[in-house]
Structure formats: C-alpha cells, structure tokens
Design a protein around this ligand. Structure first.
Ligand code: 6OG
Length: 156
C-alpha cells in the first residue's frame, strides 16, 4: 500500500469574491486554483496551509477553517492525493505575485471553471454556499474524470 500524498488548498472568500491564483509552473500549470501544496514533515496540515498561502501569494490568513477533503486517484498511479481544503475571510497583507502563482480576485458568479481543474465545478458550489464537503475523483490524465463521489457533510 502506498500512503496518500497530503496537500492543502486555501480559498480566501470575501462576500462576492474569491482569491484565485494562476499556476505558473509545476502540477496544475496554466490553471486557476486556490493556494497550497505539500504538507512537510513536522508541521500540521493547517500550518502547511498557512505557510503555502503566504509563500504563494504573500498573505497571512487570520484563521483557516477546514471545509473540504478531496481524494484524487490518477489511473496508473498508485499514490492518491489527499487535498485538505481550507477557507478564510480575513487576512493580513496584499495579494502579491510569486514565482508559482499570480493572484487575482474573481466574482463568485464568474469563476473561470474552464481554466481550472475539472473537479472544481462540482465542489465549488458547495464551498460557495458555505457548506463542507467530502469527495473522491478518479482521473484519467489531467482533464478527464472517470468517477465522481461527492457529498456535503456536517463535519469533516
Ligand atoms: P504543488 O504540487 O504545487 O501543490 N491540487 C488540486 N486542486 C484542485 N482544485 N483539483 C485537483 O484535482 C488538484 N490536485 C492537486 C493541491 C499542488 C496544489 O494543487 C492542488 C495543491 O494546492 C486533481 O505543491
């Protein structure tokens, strides 16, 4: 058995807008996404989320709330991704471009789903209405979803 790879994803949400970043390199390059990355040894998942947010767009969230757990299987890869999704509505600092991400605010009614990971169109509506979710997506390559399981949950 191969352990899941632990990752974080942070979405800053303020009323009608969400802060997304354009991924300039690495996994998911060319797509808009929240901010996040790998959990390093010795840090909690929440610490990793805060660190990646700061590294990738220069802001510090005042408090991160975990709102989603997403598991991704890629056909042919025994290692699943386990992405812990967090949100925050207040932060310190000004969103700033980094080597990895170019931040931009999007109105919640014009989220660029066509230029995002294809799973996002399924779970974003749950996030945007303020609920929590748990899901599993089986991918073939990076564009094709073969299987989807998604539910709204009270608690993660
Ligand atoms: P680095 O490898 O750059 O972290 N991530 C995904 N996000 C969405 N919305 N959908 C997916 O579907 C994703 N797979 C990974 C987790 C990768 C970043 O990309 C997120 C991390 O924030 C497959 O360190």
């Amino acid at each position: 058995m191969v352990a899941n790879k632990l990752l974080t994803l942070v979405l800053i949400r303020q009323c009608n807008r969400v802060l997304l970043g354009y991924k300039k390199k690495g996994f998911g390059v060319g797509r808009w996404n929240g901010f996040g990355g790998k959990v390093e040894q010795g840090e909690t998942i929440q610490q990793a989320a805060a660190r990646e947010l700061h590294e990738e767009c220069g802001v510090e969230a005042h408090s991160l709330e975990e709102i989603g757990l997403l598991k991704f299987e890629f056909v042919g890869d025994p290692q699943w991704l386990e992405v812990h999704v967090f949100t925050a509505d207040t932060f310190k600092g000004e969103p700033t471009e980094s080597e990895e991400m170019r931040p931009q605010w999007y109105n919640i009614h014009s989220i660029p789903f066509n230029d995002m990971w294809p799973d996002d169109k399924y779970w974003f509506p749950i996030f945007l209405k303020g609920a929590k979710f748990s899901g599993y997506f089986k991918f073939e390559g990076h564009n094709n979803i073969l299987k989807t399981e998604l539910k709204e949950v009270e608690k993660l």
